[in-house]
Design a protein around this ligand. Sequence first.
Ligand SMILES: *Cc1c(COP(=O)(O)O)cnc(C)c1O
Length: 338
Amino acid sequence: MTAPLRLRLDGAALVSNWRHLAKLGGAASCGAAIKANGYGLGARDVAARLAEAGCRDFFVATWGEAAALAGLGVPVSVLHGVRAEDPLDAPHARPVLSTAEQVKRWKPTGRPCDVMVDTGMNRLGVSAEEIGAGLLDGLAIETLMSHLVSADEDVPLNARQLAAFGALKGRTPAKRMSLANSAGIALGADYAFDLTRPGIALYGGRQRPGHDAIRQVATPEAQILQRRRVRAGESVGYNATWIAPADTEVAILNLGYADGYLRCFSGRGSAMVAGVGLPVIGRVSMDLTAIDVTALPELREGDWVAMSYGLPETAALSGLSQYELLTGLGGRFDRIWA
Ligand SMILES: *Cc1c(COP(=O)(O)O)cnc(C)c1O
């Protein structure tokens, strides 16, 4: 059975983005953040493609996400650490420890782990003071990492975090150090250390000039369920927020806010067919969205249209972040790789 809704995924663009970020990172290895099901694209498919391209470091949030990647033969780091309820023996996965309690829990296993140190985010991570007091002694640490607060902005905090993290060089048993996410990679060579951890830019996100070569990966496409003529003065959709100023040809798409195409696209989003923009009219509803197709008389019921979904532009017009635009895409899409 095929769905009337598909997410068109460009595997060549994904790999090209990873290679571009790897090059920006200089001598550092380039990993991949594939949490939240590969930012909504499908973690297994993303991991398999990037592993084939040479990626050897993958990051997920939870052990459930790590389990979904079993059998791919790639090592996975679990960013949320290890709780009492989590397995201590998943062969392909290791935790990113971020509290003294987690360190105590993991140390007896003798197995490799990563460690997150907080340098200003005040989210997850042990402190530099705890490290100074010997918290990490005796751990088999693969990678010591920290996370940037505002890498997508030019603020003094970037340099402060860089200095705080750099000061830990040689002060822990870690084999490697890792600081930069997508935006961090574009902050400069100093930020790359031994391993970078891009996420959003792999999937088409652009946050800094260094991302200019990043290509769009995901495009939602919806099928036309009905085409109708709406007479001047009639309305379209819930609460009649759009009134036809003239006779208008309207296509109803199988796409709505339950798919992650949220109501902020009402009157703002658009579809793109053969280079022609087709504006969303009226309110986006749960499963349906209306577009003005007056410009394309040949479009008919059963045809597919691509939604305009370039991440920086779509974020600007919707008020959603580039991250939300991807992770919100729901389970009703057929995810189709080309
Ligand atoms: C999500 C995440 C990343 C990737 O961040 P992007 O901004 O998507 O590149 C890197 N490191 C950590 C710790 C993360 O949580």
